[in-house]
Design a protein around this ligand. Structure first.
Ligand SMILES: [Zn+2]
Length: 78
């Protein structure tokens, strides 16, 4: 996958990330899998504890339809 190596927005481990659309980053993290996160969530995530970030990802996974990419937004923050 093209993109840069940055800290995963969920777990802070090195992950691959590439921009998709205007306001989303597609992450490919060995710990968290593949998901997309909105720019607003990424901004908010800096102030969230890791438990809340993991819960947000989990909420996005549950919300995604079968086979669809999980998209984490601020609505997923517990
Ligand atoms: Zn991760």
């Amino acid at each position: 996958m093209p993109g840069a190596t940055i800290a995963c927005v969920i777990c802070n481990q090195p992950a691959r990330a590439a921009p998709v659309f205007a306001d989303f980053l597609h992450f490919d993290c060995t710990a968290c899998g593949q998901f997309r996160a909105s720019a607003s969530f990424i901004e908010q995530a800096k102030d969230l504890p890791m438990d809340a970030r993991r819960q947000a990802l989990q909420n996005a996974v549950v919300r995604a339809q079968y086979g669809a990419m999980s998209v984490v937004t601020t609505y997923d923050v517990p």
